[in-house]
Ligand binder design. Structure first.
Ligand code: AMP
Length: 181
């Protein structure tokens, strides 16, 4: 029997949920990956492998599903953690950035002292769709003065061209959906 690639294993695990959270959106539910310890760990290994040559000092995690991957990445890479959070969650002085989602509009914040000019930041989230969230996150990271050295996603919906909104750093995804169906 042929060994399945990581991409095949992720594809088999990801659950399509039509019309969630709004009509017309096909939600890529990654919770079955989290329920599979070996697959969760293999996903973290693959993201760490993509980030490692970029020599990141920090992992910036996008609320909320980016948080799920950031701790494991920090542990694997010996990196520190930056939280990019929804408004009103971070207690100290923040920078804020607005963005549009595939299904709405929102804001993200980062602590102003989360990183500085000496730091190399790798951004992580579960999924790249239109790229609005990641572009806003990139802008926030750069406002701290740090260098954004790359970004990693479990899933990319490349038919939404999110990658085209991310400039100046490499973007890595573990599985791509080039079309909607
Ligand atoms: P975007 O800003 O359009 O790239 O959207 C990316 C963010 O929204 C990520 O944090 C995802 O968790 C979430 N997201 C957007 N579209 C989907 C989708 N079809 N399935 C699951 N999550 C999504």
């Amino acid at each position: 029997m042929a060994t399945l690639t990581l991409s095949d294993r992720l594809s088999n695990a990801i659950r399509d949920v039509p019309d969630f959270p709004k009509p017309g959106i096909v939600f890529k539910d990654i919770t079955p990956i989290l329920q599979d310890a070996a697959l969760f760990s293999a996903s973290l290994d693959a993201l760490a492998e993509a980030a490692s040559p970029l020599d990141p000092t920090h992992i910036a995690a996008i609320e909320s599903r980016g948080f799920l991957f950031a701790g494991g990445l920090c542990e694997r890479l010996g990196a520190s953690l930056i939280l990019l959070r929804k408004p009103g969650k971070l207690p100290s002085e923040t920078f804020q950035q607005s963005y549009t989602l595939e299904y709405g509009e929102d804001h993200l914040e980062v602590h102003a002292d989360a990183a500085g000019p000496a730091d190399r930041v790798f951004l992580v989230d579960d999924l790249l769709a239109t790229g609005g969230t990641a572009a806003a996150s990139a802008a926030l990271v750069r406002r701290t003065g740090a260098e954004l050295v790359g970004a990693g996603f479990l899933v990319e919906l490349s038919f939404l061209s999110g990658r085209e909104r991310l400039h100046g750093f490499p973007v890595h995804s573990l599985i791509d959906y080039p079309s909607e169906s």
